[in-house]
Design a protein around this ligand. Structure first.
Ligand code: ATP
Ligand code: MG
Length: 348
């Protein structure tokens, strides 16, 4: 629009200059050749400014980009890296969290409050709690994506804040709530976890995530393309692929954040069962808001508003009057509700 307007004004100016100059030529005050100069000068002048509307547009766009860059630059650094990292411990065990509180920048309350947690080699802990209770926040702290506000987090006796973030993340791996599946083949998605993985290793990871039979039945096998965000896979297959990738990475401590979220209950419970079988003997923190299958873990930790309100073996907590029993009752109620209506029978 700006460009059009300038062209129109330029045209009108030329016409006006011609109208003013023509009588002068007729009177002999202006030579015919000079008429051309009078008429063309405004044209030349406008040529100099035709770029301005475009420049104004670009300026706006650049300003918006700059704002985005400044947003990133000005954002508080969530975790400070140590200037001189401590020596990497030989083993991450025991991995100990003591009196740990954490708060997001700008938040009025702690997302985690005085949390204690100890992971020995091979121990499996389930962290359960309602939405917003701080489960993902705990994962963030364990991976040093979020700094503790108070308390300690030690890895093999070394304060985690004295270690490089990347060192911590070689010990503690995450299968995130929204694990990304890349628009590539099954094989390439797995190899991200371990580029040098051999064919038997890839197949073993798939087998443990109970995907191997399905993958082998595909015409292209492991070379099957999964589509953008894994669009050509079912929800359950996407989760199993993310799980296979996490198993292949073989982290000393594996944190699984809601691996069965958004799946229908039978699919979710089958996945939980399989992943508990696949992680037997491996140090695991399983974050979930569903309780089915948790008999298999060593300790269940119940979070409420960032604080641990109950902990212990599943069958002890399920037998006692307390938060876990109440969660269990709610879960059984909801299974009796919507799932029964659709005709799918799930035994509670
Ligand atoms: N990036 C963030 N910035 C500010 N507050 C956050 C952020 N992420 C989470 N919170 C807040 O911290 C609290 C704990 O959130 P968290 O994500 O840990 O809950 P959760 O138990 O994982 O929930 P869900 O089951 O829905 O995944 C919530 O009150 C939430 O609003
Ligand atoms: Mg979460």
């Amino acid at each position: 629009l700006g460009g059009g307007l300038i062209a129109l004004i330029a045209g009108l100016t030329v016409v006006a200059a011609a109208l003013v100059a023509l009588p002068a030529v007729a009177d002999g005050r202006l030579a015919g050749v000079e008429l051309a100069v009078v008429v063309l000068t405004p044209l030349a002048a406008f040529e100099a400014v035709t770029g301005l509307p475009l420049a104004a547009q670009y300026r706006q766009r650049v300003r918006r980009s700059a704002e985005r860059v400044y947003e990133v630059l000005d954002a508080p650094v969530p975790v400070r890296e140590p200037a001189a990292p401590a020596a990497t411990p030989a083993s991450p065990f025991p991995l100990e969290v003591r009196g740990l509180s954490a708060r997001y920048a700008g938040a009025a309350h702690d997302a985690l409050a005085s949390v204690d947690l100890t992971l020995e080699a091979g121990r499996r802990i389930a962290v359960v709690g309602a939405s917003g209770s701080g489960k993902t926040t705990l994962a963030q702290v364990l991976l040093r994506f979020l700094e503790a506000r108070a308390g300690t987090f030690r890895i093999g006796g070394v304060d985690a804040s004295a270690l490089d973030g990347d060192t911590v993340r070689r010990f503690v791996g995450l299968c995130a709530q929204d694990a990304h599946i890349f628009d590539s083949s099954l094989r390439e998605n797995l190899r991200l976890a371990r580029p040098a993985a051999t064919e038997p290793e890839l197949r073993d990871a798939l087998a443990r995530a109970r995907l191997l039979d399905w993958a082998d039945a595909l015409p292209d096998g492991l070379d099957t393309l999964v589509g953008e965000h894994g669009a050509r896979l079912s929800g359950g297959q996407r989760r199993r692929l993310a799980l296979a990738r996490a198993l292949l990475a073989d982290f000393p401590v594996l944190v699984l954040d809601e691996p069965a979220e958004h799946l229908d209950l039978p699919t979710a419970d089958a996945l939980t069962r399989d992943l508990l079988a696949a992680t037997r003997g491996r140090t695991t923190v399983l974050i979930t808001h569903r309780l089915a299958g948790l008999e298999a873990v060593d300790e269940v930790v119940v979070l409420e508003a960032g604080a641990i309100v109950q902990r212990g073996p599943y069958d002890v907590l399920a037998a006692a009057d307390g938060p876990l029993r109440r969660m269990l009752a709610r879960e059984r109620e909801s299974v009796g509700g919507p799932v029964g209506v659709t005709g799918v029978h799930v035994s509670a």
